[in-house]
Design a protein around this ligand. Structure first.
Ligand SMILES: [Zn+2]
Length: 432
């Protein structure tokens, strides 16, 4: 399906501006009365999106004379954000240098907080993960800052010789709602964490800039900022994260939709089945209780052993020392063709599709991305997802909404954490 380009993002109301993505096909250069930084960011976004790109091509895309653009490019090259590489052959034989955004030597520490065990990783600014470690998630959120200080120091000592100096910042994703302005965690049901100031305390303990965000919102940001090719024609989309819980990040015209109380996209706790399992939130048959990873594992155990699992299977923390397989193991067995694993995942796909219908009906996104360990067997999920989506949507266009798996099932949340750190450097500034 082909989508028309979105309208100019620079013409949207200023109140929507923080973290807004610059539309590189339809922009307006700032004039003398607007900050030079706006132009700098437009140039940076164009280079990132069309790299490697020559100065002549850049000027053509910007519809300005090269003289206007040259000082902006020089500034980006001198600051090390952009570098010149190689040459491109031209018909006349002149060989211009090409511009690229520098990713090497610019690191980000990414942290994915989950119930049970969390992951800490070193990545470059494009989201490529070079090292990762895991650590036990503390019971109390107050213990997190000191623990992270230790883990970050250890990670950098082992894997980043330049230490904290080469680090752009620390991005943390977690399964809960976050007030982006204050960096306060509002509520994370699966962790049992509520109303806790994290960002400032972590930044102070770790000694670097810290960003914290709900995992699905961060994952949607990663689609916008780390994969501009994929989202070039679709600036309004939903990102559905299926892991320990289910969360939805909503991108609207290149910016995240958060809602008045930071609960936009909380579709996970909408009840879909009155006879379903008990959810961590205390309700019955929430979308999350039917399609999250522990629901899939429960279903697999039930199908493979014939022993029904208790209907409150959505436990907050995995029991320690049990032989219960993890979701990766169920996915592996499904890949090997084990019927119980295949059936469990097919049914999960059906439940995912039922919930997606809610998202599509409420938000009408141009596209839906699904992230999660289970997307490694997308071929099992896609059919049931599409069928269930079609059964509960009312127009052909809604039924045909493209649903795509995230390309990095093992790293999608870490890439989200990276995007938290890198996106602000590219985002549009308030104009006027
Ligand atoms: Zn619930």
């Amino acid at each position: 399906m082909i989508y028309p380009p979105d309208e100019s993002l620079l013409t949207h109301a200023p109140e929507f501006l923080p973290m807004r993505k610059i539309n590189t096909r339809n922009f307006r250069l700032a004039t003398r009365s607007t900050p030079r930084e706006v132009n700098r960011r437009i140039v940076l976004n164009l280079i990132r999106e069309y790299q490697p790109i020559s100065r002549a091509e850049l000027a053509r895309r910007m519809q300005v004379h090269r003289g206007t653009m040259t000082p902006l490019v020089r500034e980006l090259v001198e600051s090390g954000v952009v570098f010149e590489k190689g040459t491109a052959a031209t018909a006349r034989g002149r060989r211009p240098t090409l511009l690229c955004v520098r990713t090497r030597g610019r690191h980000v520490v990414a942290v994915d907080i989950r119930p049970g065990r969390s992951v800490i990783a070193l990545a470059d600014v494009s989201g490529h993960v070079s090292a990762r470690e895991s650590f036990e998630t503390p019971e109390a959120p107050e213990d997190l800052p000191d623990l992270l200080a230790t883990e970050v120091a250890s990670l950098l000592r082992e894997h980043a010789p330049e230490g904290i100096d080469g680090c752009q910042g620390l991005g943390i994703v977690l399964p809960g709602m976050v007030d982006r302005k204050t960096g306060r965690l509002i509520y994370a049901p699966r962790l049992g964490w509520r109303d806790v100031d994290l960002r400032a305390v972590v930044a102070q303990r770790v000694g670097m800039k810290c960003y914290i965000e709900s995992a699905p919102i961060a994952c949607a940001l990663a689609r916008l900022w780390l994969e501009p090719d994929a989202t070039r024609t679709v600036n309004s989309f939903a990102y559905v994260s299926i892991s320990d819980g289910i969360g939805v990040g909503l991108a609207f015209n290149g910016e995240m939709l958060r809602g008045e109380g930071h609960t936009a996209g909380e579709f996970g706790h909408v009840p879909l089945d009155a006879n379903g399992p008990e959810c961590v939130c205390g309700r019955i048959g929430c979308w999350e209780s039917l399609a999250c990873n522990s629901a899939t594992v429960d279903r697999y155990i039930e199908l493979s052993t014939g022993i029904p699992t208790p209907k409150n299977g959505a436990t907050k923390r995995p029991a320690r020392g049990t032989l219960r397989p993890g979701i990766d193991e169920v996915v592996r067995r499904a890949r090997g063709g084990e019927p119980a694993a295949v059936s469990a995942l097919v049914e999960t796909g059906h439940h995912i599709g039922k919930g997606l219908a809610l998202v599509v009906n409420a938000f009408n996104p141009g596209r839906v991305y699904v992230g999660g360990e289970i997307t490694a067997v997308w071929e099992l999920l896609e059919g049931p997802i599409r069928d269930a989506l079609a059964a509960s949507t009312i127009t052909d266009r809604a039924r045909a909404t493209p649903v795509l798996p995230d390309s990095a099932p093992a790293e999608y949340r870490l890439r989200g954490a990276v995007a938290l750190v890198t996106a602000p450097g590219y985002a549009a500034l308030a104009v006027g």
